[in-house]
Ligand binder design. Structure first.
Ligand code: ASP
Length: 412
């Protein structure tokens, strides 16, 4: 018997998304807004909630372990010397710019984002916007409560401290480092299981969002999607074409043409890690030294996520508006900080950036449960953000390659 071709996770997510919208719209039209919302809230949403709870459950171990693991691998970069630091500085600088672009675009669109009625039901305790209090609040007074309460900035501080501790401990810290990286791997697998059931979560949450808000919510979702894509495009045009031009003297058109196959692969696979072989081939064809590309690209697929950073900023501003919270400047700076760190912790696999959005939301006092509102269309965000992540890694490879050859020439 011929084996049936299995549908990919992406296809199932789209089926879940479409089925949720259709069912939601049918219930809404057939039963009227109130009865449809009642039914969906009682019987369909709880299954979506299970999914969101699973996301919330995995976010603390993921952040704790992946950032610690990231710091430990940065320690190894120290051994790689100058090329390592140039790469990391490029990654961090472009990610911080990505956050700023994301925030500016989202703020321009903010006026058109909706304030949803359910917002009052679960208004989160507004966090203090006093700078000194905020800084004070970042440092934990004990090890356990930040983990229990998902106080994300404190969890990050714990990760950074322990990650640095492990590096500095040298030989004696090696076992701890191995334990962290092993647990990190295990946690990533658990996250993989959770992402596998996401089509069901998408279906339930989408049905509920449509019955709860009426089909007009689809317009708002399209708007926030558009906003993220404008951010992605701006970042590509402003940052990548300028950096390859200025730092590597390469024509942006030649760069985009060269990286195009990897960009398409990233767009469809939504995984930077899966795209690695293709992006390495593209970079090598563009003349990057294979030693440089085989260092910069895998590191980039692990810690450099500009698209994810833009998405997290846009997502945070959108959800804040939906729940009626006006973010202060300090909170926006907090978003830049957490989204930059989140990009280090985000794994280069499908859907990982959305889990890290939970951390960004927690850091500014917004209940991550609201991710449910945009989760249904996360795949659409993910396609664009992964493309940007991959193109960003390649632009870094091109620039670092140029700097290295210049260095070698100088030495010669
Ligand atoms: N899918 C993205 C990547 O692989 C990560 C994310 O979900 O933001 O780069």
């Amino acid at each position: 018997m011929k084996e049936k071709k299995k549908l990919s996770l992406g296809a199932w997510i789209f089926i879940g998304l479409a089925a949720g919208i259709v069912l939601g719209a049918i219930l809404w039209a057939a039963m009227g807004a109130e009865a449809a919302n009642d039914l969906a809230t009682k019987y369909i949403k709880p299954f979506g909630d299970i999914f969101v709870n699973l996301l919330k459950f995995i976010v603390v171990p993921i952040v704790l372990l992946s950032i610690m693991d990231g710091v430990i691998s940065l320690g190894d970069i120290g051994k790689v010397g100058k090329i390592g630091w140039k790469t990391v500085v490029y990654f961090l600088a472009t990610t911080a710019i990505a956050c700023v672009i994301g925030l500016i675009v989202a703020n321009l669109f903010k006026g058109s984002f909706p304030i949803l009625e359910m917002a009052e039901d679960a208004a989160y305790e507004a966090k203090s916007s006093n700078v000194v209090d905020t800084i004070k609040g970042i440092f934990p007074s004990n090890l356990i409560s930040p983990l229990l309460d998902s106080t994300m900035l404190q969890v990050i501080v714990i990760s950074l401290f322990f990650g640095c501790g492990i590096i500095v401990a040298g030989e004696k810290g090696k076992i701890a480092g191995d334990v962290v990286s092993s647990f990190n791997e295990v946690t990533q697998r658990v996250m993989g299981f959770i992402i596998k059931v996401s089509p069901i979560g998408v279906f339930c949450l989408m049905t509920w969002v449509v019955t709860n808000q009426g089909p007009k919510i689809l317009g708002s979702l399209a708007l926030v999607l558009l906003c993220a894509y404008i951010g992605y495009i701006l970042h590509t045009v402003l940052v990548y074409s300028m950096s390859v031009k200025i730092f590597a003297g390469m024509s942006p058109m030649a760069f985009f043409k060269g990286i195009f196959p990897a960009a398409i692969f990233a767009f469809t696979s939504t995984s930077s890690v899966a795209t690695l072989p293709v992006s390495k081939e593209c970079c090598d064809k563009m003349g990057v030294d294979p030693d440089v590309s085989s260092f910069v690209l895998p590191l980039g697929a692990t810690i450099n996520m500009d698209g994810t950073a833009i998405y997290q900023c846009v997502g945070a501003i959108f959800l804040a508006k939906c729940v009626g919270v006006d973010l202060t400047l300090v909170q926006m700076l907090m978003i830049v900080l957490t989204a930059t760190l989140a990009s280090i912790g985000t794994a280069g696999v499908s859907g990982a950036g959305m889990i890290m959005l939970a951390m960004v939301l927690e850091s500014v006092g917004i209940d991550p449960t609201y991710i449910g509102l945009i989760y249904g269309i996360d795949r659409l965000f993910d396609m664009g953000r992964t493309t940007l992540n991959v193109v960003g890694d390649a632009s870094c490879a091109i620039c670092v390659n140029k700097w290295e050859t210049a260095d070698l020439k100088q030495k010669a």
